[in-house]
Ligand binder design. Structure first.
Ligand SMILES: [Zn+2]
Ligand SMILES: [Zn+2]
Length: 816
């Protein structure tokens, strides 16, 4: 038999599978469906090792599900719009469209080299007019249902990329652009938003969805729901006007001794007295120069200026001074706070610095009586309400509700919920995106492009170099159109959509990528949706994974989709780092190119190594020598299966032990596929190979046990290393093509059972011995074996033990 030559067998089988349509997934009502989805790549130019790391185990698991009788759909496509292509175009002058589609062509080839079970007929590319027609249609639907709106607002703007960013795209304490690292500035622009906040509460609910705790926590924190009360403080000089605050501690209202507004708060100018005008103006200027994070930093020296104006604390009628300070942000809550220095750290620091009154209104249990004049720090803990008028004496556990009831009864506020989540800003002043399908007429205002006029095509002849204006605005004719209401001259919206809009629904386009009557064929939807398993990076927790859930829920309420969630199970892979333990990047020179590895070792070895070298959910630094072990293993598999068997000479014990190991491994690999433990799948197969080599040396080859072992081994190998498994199955063992259409083997429990088990024996909590008993020993037999042990006899010194506990078949515990 010839040597193992991956390059030959891999291209051969990839071509045959393609010709035979082996991985085509079509509706089949007789079989249960399984929609396996991996996050679609961005066409950056090259498939990198991170794609392989994310996708090959996802492919292996999809294959495993198929062998288990599921009708599996495993589609792929490209998230083709977006800034990187445009930024690259600005650098080297190649049109983003040309670059993107050339990159896609290249990456298709690279994806094919992986030997994954993609159904290429279902490929979807978000920059295709046939795709973005429906992205635009969805925009119109959201608009018609009141979930898309336009407003002037200060937005985060990257001066380098010349575009607005979503809050999620502003990273780090220095608030830099996710794409280019440039510090982000604020700018006032008219923008389109999606009302994701309407779904804030529902997005906190994951009932029925098997998602990682970490993602749920990230999203929950991002949504930032807090309960409390909204309270109105009237202006002392103008009781008809008031400042509204949101507080999570209405039980501290009697301790509010001053108020603080964000410098940008609209009431600041009305409150400011002549005497304070200059100081206030100066302070506003310096605050505008700082980022939100700088302003919020807790370790920062507190600064602020008195406006000269006063508000009235509604619970006690006291006049309290109103200040402005940069630690209060317009973007959180209402842009104003009631300051309760005795029970809030920042308010305390502020009060002490400016000599403002500190009044204790909460006395936590077990603390000495607090004194506002002398306390060295704020006490934010909950406790009994004191010095709080009619509510004095209310215990800690009733304080919040009692305070809310009081506020509501008195008519100056109400119980309220606050969220950190903001509406999704989707306007981008960039070229390479789906045009926002809206038309503006002087007479009729904004109206959506009629369905029959979709898609609004992105023109090719555009100067895409950034000017801060949308490139489409600078096109001589593109924006001129007619008003869908009056038929008069009108202008198109010239901004394009955030590409997260395109990726919010790509799993639906895969259902029927060429369907032109709707975004997807409802027959396909009914069969395939929801996605059964979704795999991808955790970095998308607050963006894509939140947006796609919102999208699904909003469409469900319009009757377009069904069910609570689009993706029932989510699993995140970790990251492959460079050999230097740093994130891979071209500038560090630590990038591992999968193409070269495939050329040298074959796709199967790369697949197996990526599954083996790290816990999938954790990731690890790359290790170039490690893959040698994987290729040696595959060569040994090749030899073991291809060597002629001859006549068996092994003892019955050897054959029994071989079967036991085979079925034990099968049980383990099956379990590990279910739980995404890919590294132990490969190590299990490696261990079994060692055992099989030993049995072969002991003369097992040629026996029925041996034949069964080889059969099960190749089937278990198939999802991990699809090419070598196919070659061995079809060409060497001459079994019916294809191994990927075979059933997953069933473990024989009796064969897998151990003959004997070893049980540790504890004396007074310390392990002193281990006893070996038959696997089917009774509790009485195990007890007798433990007491008969020499070590135990020594400790007993002839006396009877006080207690002997046999814990299942795992432990014997003796108390002297
Ligand atoms: Zn940027
Ligand atoms: Zn009009």
């Amino acid at each position: 038999m010839s040597d193992y030559t991956p390059s030959q067998i891999e291209t051969k089988w990839q071509a045959k599978w393609e010709t035979d349509g082996l991985y085509h997934a079509d509706i089949d009502e007789k079989r249960p469906k399984f929609y396996a989805l991996t996050m679609l790549p961005y066409p950056s130019g090259d498939l990198h090792i991170g794609h392989w790391y994310a996708m090959t185990p996802s492919d292996a698991r999809a294959r495993y599900k198929r062998m288990n009788g599921f009708n599996v759909m495993f589609p792929i496509g490209f998230d083709a719009f977006g800034l990187p292509a445009e930024n690259a175009a600005i650098k080297d002058g190649i049109h983003p469209m040309k670059r993107t589609f050339a990159n896609i062509e290249r990456m298709r080839g690279q994806l094919r080299s992986m030997g994954a079970m993609w159904d290429w007929r279902r490929e979807a590319v978000s920059a295709d007019p046939g795709y973005y027609k429906w992205t635009q249609w969805f925009f119109v639907q959201l608009y018609k249902h009141g979930l898309a709106y336009r407003k002037m607002s200060p937005v985060d703007f990257c001066p380098h990329c010349n575009t607005t960013l979503a809050r999620e795209q502003v990273w780090g304490d220095d608030r830099h652009c996710e794409r280019c690292g440039t510090p982000v500035i604020k700018k006032d622009l008219d923008q389109w938003f999606f009302r994701i906040t309407k779904y804030a509460d529902e997005l906190l609910n994951y009932d029925g969805a098997d998602w990682p705790e970490r993602v749920k926590t990230l999203q929950t924190n991002w949504i930032g729901r807090s309960e409390g009360a909204e309270v109105r403080f009237a202006l002392a000089a103008d009781p008809a006007s008031s400042i509204t605050v949101f507080t999570t501690r209405p039980d501290t209202l009697w301790g509010a001794t001053f108020m603080v507004l964000a410098p940008e708060h609209p009431l600041v100018d009305r409150l400011t007295t002549k005497e304070q005008a200059a100081a206030v103006a100066e302070y506003k200027k310096q605050a505008a120069r700082q980022s939100d994070i700088e302003r919020e930093a807790t370790d920062k020296e507190k600064t602020g200026v008195f406006t000269g104006g006063y508000a009235v604390n509604p619970v006690n009628g006291e006049k309290i001074p109103v200040w402005i300070a940069d630690y209060v942000l317009m973007t959180y809550g209402t842009g104003a706070i009631m300051a309760v220095p005795a029970h809030d750290e920042r308010d305390f620091a502020f009060a002490r610095k400016f000599g403002l009154q500190v009044r204790v209104v909460i006395q936590p249990d077990g603390l000495e009586k607090l004194d506002g004049a002398t306390m060295p720090a704020a006490v934010p803990a909950h406790g009994t309400m004191v010095a709080s008028g009619p509510l004095s004496g209310t215990p800690a556990d009733e304080a919040l509700q009692a305070a809310i009831r009081f506020v509501e009864a008195q008519g100056f506020g109400k119980g309220a919920v606050n969220y950190k989540l903001r509406d999704w800003l989707i306007s981008r002043q960039r070229y390479w995106g789906a045009p926002i399908p809206m038309i503006h007429c002087e007479k009729d205002g904004w109206n959506p492009v009629p369905d029959e006029a979709l898609p609004v095509l992105l023109p090719e002849d555009v100067e895409w170099k950034p000017t801060g204006e949308s490139p489409l605005k600078l096109h001589p004719t593109w924006k001129n159109t007619t008003c869908p209401v009056c038929g008069g001259p009108a202008e198109r919206e010239t901004d394009t959509m955030d590409t997260f809009m395109c990726s919010s629904w790509y799993h639906l386009r895969y259902l029927s990528p060429r369907y032109d009557k709707a975004p997807f064929d409802p027959k396909e939807y009914d069969y395939w949706m929801p996605v059964d398993t979704y795999t991808g990076g955790i970095e998308h927790a607050n963006m894509h994974l939140m947006y796609t859930r919102f999208f699904h829920k909003a469409l469900r309420d319009m009757g377009v989709t069904e069910g609570p969630e689009p993706m029932m199970q989510l699993r995140n892979q970790g990251m492959v780092l460079g050999e230097d333990h740093e994130k891979m990047s071209k500038s560090r020179g630590n990038v591992i190119a999968p193409d070269l590895l495939v050329e040298r070792y074959g796709a199967d070895a790369v697949r197996a190594y990526l599954m083996f070298f790290a816990r999938w959910d954790m990731g690890a630094p790359w290790n170039s020598t490690g893959i040698d072990g994987t290729i040696r293993w595959l060569r040994r598999v090749w030899t073991l299966v291809t060597e002629p068997a001859g006549k068996p000479t092994a003892s019955p014990e050897t054959l029994k032990a071989l079967r036991r190991k085979v079925h034990q491994t099968l049980k383990r690999v099956t379990r590990d596929f279910e739980t995404f433990e890919f590294n132990t799948i490969v190590s299990g197969l490696m261990e079994l190979l060692n055992e099989m080599s030993k049995s072969r040396e002991a003369g097992a080859a040629g026996s029925p046990e041996w034949t069964e072992a080889i059969d099960i081994y190749v089937r278990m190998l198939a999802p991990v290393c699809p090419h070598i498994a196919e070659e061995l199955w079809t060409e060497v063992l001459h079994k019916p093509y294809s191994v990927h259409q075979q059933a997953w083997p069933k473990a024989d429990e009796a064969a897998a059972a151990e003959d004997e088990i070893t049980i540790p024996v504890q004396i007074n909590g310390k392990v002193r011995d281990r006893v070996v008993v038959p696997a089917d020993a009774t509790e009485e037999q195990i007890r007798a074996a433990a007491l008969a042990s020499e070590a135990v006899q020594k400790f007993l010194e002839g006396k009877a033990p006080r207690k002997v506990i046999v814990a299942q078949k795992k432990l014997v515990s003796i108390v002297l």
